[in-house]
Write a new protein. Structure first.
Length: 138
C-alpha cells in the first residue's frame, strides 16, 4: 500500500544493515539501508468495495481518409485529492485542443484520422476508496 513520506520516514530510519545502492535511494533526508531493522509495523487496511457511478466524457471526430486510425488525447477530470491543481493542468490542454478543433471544423476542415478527446472520471481504480470514513466517490 502506498503511504505518505511522513509515515515512511520513521520506518526507513529504523532500517539497519548495508547501505542501499544509489539506484535504490530516494530523496528523503536520511541514509537508506537495506535492512533488517528492529521495528515492527502493524498495517491495518480498510476497503469499501461499493460500486460507484463515474462519468467519462468522450468526443469523437471521424477521420476522412483513415477513420480506423485513432489519435487519442485525454486526462482525468476528477480532482478530489489536491483540488483543481491535479487534473486541471492536463484537462486545460484537452479543452483548448477541443476548442481549436471545433473552430477548424466550423471552417470546413476534416482530420484524416479519427480524433478522440477523453475526460475520464475515477482517476485511478485504487483511488476510488474510502477516505477517513467518508466515501470518496458518490
Amino acid at each position: 500500500m502506498p503511504i505518505s513520506y511522513g509515515d515512511a520516514m520513521p520506518l526507513l530510519k529504523a532500517l539497519r544493515g548495508p547501505i542501499a545502492p544509489e539506484t535504490w535511494k530516494g530523496a528523503l533526508p536520511l541514509t537508506y539501508h537495506i535492512g533488517p531493522g528492529q521495528l515492527k509495523v502493524h498495517l491495518k487496511l480498510s476497503f469499501d468495495w461499493s460500486l460507484r457511478t463515474i462519468r467519462d466524457v468522450i468526443a469523437k471526430i471521424n477521420g476522412s481518409e483513415f477513420p480506423n486510425e485513432w489519435i487519442i488525447q485525454g486526462n482525468h477530470h476528477d480532482g478530489w485529492v489536491n483540488g483543481a491543481e491535479d487534473p486541471i493542468s492536463g484537462m486545460v490542454t484537452v479543452l483548448e485542443e477541443a476548442r481549436a478543433l471545433g473552430t477548424l471544423l466550423k471552417q470546413g476542415w476534416k482530420p484524416k484520422r479519427t480524433i478522440i478527446l477523453a475526460a475520464w472520471d475515477g482517476e485511478e481504480p485504487g483511488l476510488l476508496a474510502q477516505l477517513n470514513g467518508r466515501t470518496a466517490r458518490k
